[in-house]
Design a binder for this molecule. Structure first.
Ligand code: SAJ
Length: 419
């Protein structure tokens, strides 16, 4: 390790915090991973994991076994603090405006504030609305005026001049987190240049990609823009799927053909956009510039409307049956993961169950523990019983289904797997 061994507290041991903590531990740093969930802390300390992500189990086990990673319910003194907690949105009373909820960041900041000493580095990893990194500086200086006094770092915008503060937005793709943590280029935005450089030196210990320095607000906006760009492009594909359905055109064949053009690259339609990032982050831009972010808002609305369009399709097919058996294949927000957050597949399945329109048999091969909300069925059982098969997630297990088994069924394939 080129960089000297640091003690690092990572706040939040979810999809970003846990892989980052484990990777830093395997690079020789001393890591204390902090989470509010006691079961999560115990699971990690036993060398196991609480989420499904390829190769994460091996990484965590080796980090814990090396003695460099331990999990805890409370933070402690360290050289560097990394915040990797959720930033959802909250809908206002009218239901129309979706505003960022940075309360988890504020709570985590308050939790570490007593342990910070002069010269520490605080890094925000969570995707955040513009200005959040500076807000962290304000909170720390409110709680710790001793760290704000005497502007030892000229040009610092954080209001907390005796510490270093930077935003290093994560940009890893669930399902490929470990590889992308190591290989992706990173943007690091400091509240001042020195903060960005300090964060870069640490990230260099595990990141093989390029590291590009900027200010914290540009880094915050860059992350939001990346996910909004993808959302807008998926909305285009989803809109095409609805248009093509009306015109009797196979949208997947159409997109495949259009993409033969050297400068066209249309994404894939689906049952809607899920996950905790792409379905959320564009709203942070809309909230910051409601009159200007017209395309970004419309894309969100197009993608959010897709689950209802799928439901209408299923319900129309159900009219042919007295008590149809509807097989819902997949609940996760995308292929080959177990993450159900903001999942359109989950919303569609839940709605079908609540509507009482038939007997719903849901199958999610990546959810292995008991599922409290409704029963899950083995794929064979669903294939044997369903009148209507609704493919919601393109998991590998579903791609491998023998097409012969589908012949007698009404198939609604929202992902174009059996096109
Ligand atoms: N989807 C489609 N059609 C497509 C691609 C995706 O319908 O052609 C759907 C997926 O099924 C899923 C949703 O979009 O429901 C989001 O999936 P995703 O694979 O596009 O992205 P995420 O949410 O898993 O991860 C994104 C990534 N951002 C970008 O690709 C710009 C990742 O790099 C970010 O780190 C992550 O958000 C994050 O944490 O912000």
């Amino acid at each position: 390790m080129n960089q000297k061994r640091q003690k690092i507290v990572v706040m939040g041991l979810g999809y970003i915090g846990l892989p980052t903590a484990s990777l830093l531990a395997t690079k020789g740093h001393e890591i204390v991973g902090v989470d509010v969930n006691e079961a999560t802390v115990n699971t990690i300390n036993s060398g196991s994991i609480h989420i499904v992500e390829p190769d994460l189990d091996i990484l965590v086990r080796s980090a814990v076994n090396s003695g460099n990673l331990r999990a805890s319910l409370v933070p402690e003194a360290a050289d560097t603090f990394i915040l990797a907690v959720p930033t959802p949105f909250k809908t206002d009373a009218t239901g129309s405006a979706k505003n960022p909820d940075i309360s988890y960041i504020e709570t985590a900041t308050r939790a570490i504030a007593p342990y910070i000493v002069e010269g520490n580095l605080v890094i925000l990893e969570s995707t955040s609305p513009v200005g959040t990194t500076e807000r962290i500086g304000e909170i720390i200086s409110e709680l710790r005026p001793d760290l704000a006094a005497g502007h030892s770092q000229p040009g610092s915008k954080s209001g907390c001049s005796k510490i270093h503060l930077a935003h290093c937005p994560e940009r890893v793709l669930p399902g490929h987190i470990i590889r992308e943590l190591v290989d992706n280029d990173r943007i690091i935005g400091g509240v001042d240049r020195l903060s960005a450089e300090k964060a870069r030196d640490l990230y260099k210990t595990f990141c093989n990609g390029g590291i590009f320095l900027t200010d914290s607000k540009t880094a915050e906006m860059a992350k939001l823009v990346e996910n909004s760009s993808r959302d807008v492009n998926i909305a285009f594909a989803n809109e095409l799927s609805v248009i093509c359905d009306k015109l009797g055109i196979n949208v997947w064949e159409l997109i495949n053909l259009a993409n033969k053009h050297p400068r066209v690259n249309i994404l894939q339609p689906g049952p809607g956009v899920g996950g905790h990032c792409i379905a959320v982050d564009p709203w942070f831009i809309v909230a910051a510039a409601p009159n200007e972010a017209r395309l970004i808002r419309t894309a969100r609305e197009v993608n959010d409307a897709k689950p209802q369009w799928v439901l209408d399709k299923v319900k129309a097919k159900c009219e042919r049956f007295k008590n149809p058996v509807i097989g819902c294949l997949g609940l996760a927000f995308k292929a080959n993961i177990d993450d159900l957050r903001e999942s359109p597949a989950m919303a569609i399945t839940r709605n079908l169950i609540q509507s009482g329109i038939g007997h719903v048999m849901a199958c999610e091969p990546n959810v292995l523990t008991d599922f409290a909300e409704f029963p899950l069925y083995e794929l064979d059982k669903v294939l044997g019983s369903a009148d209507i098969l609704l493919l919601l997630v393109d998991h590998d297990e579903f791609r491998e289904i023998d097409q012969e088994l589908l012949k007698e069924k009404i198939v609604i394939d929202t992902r174009g797997v059996w096109r």
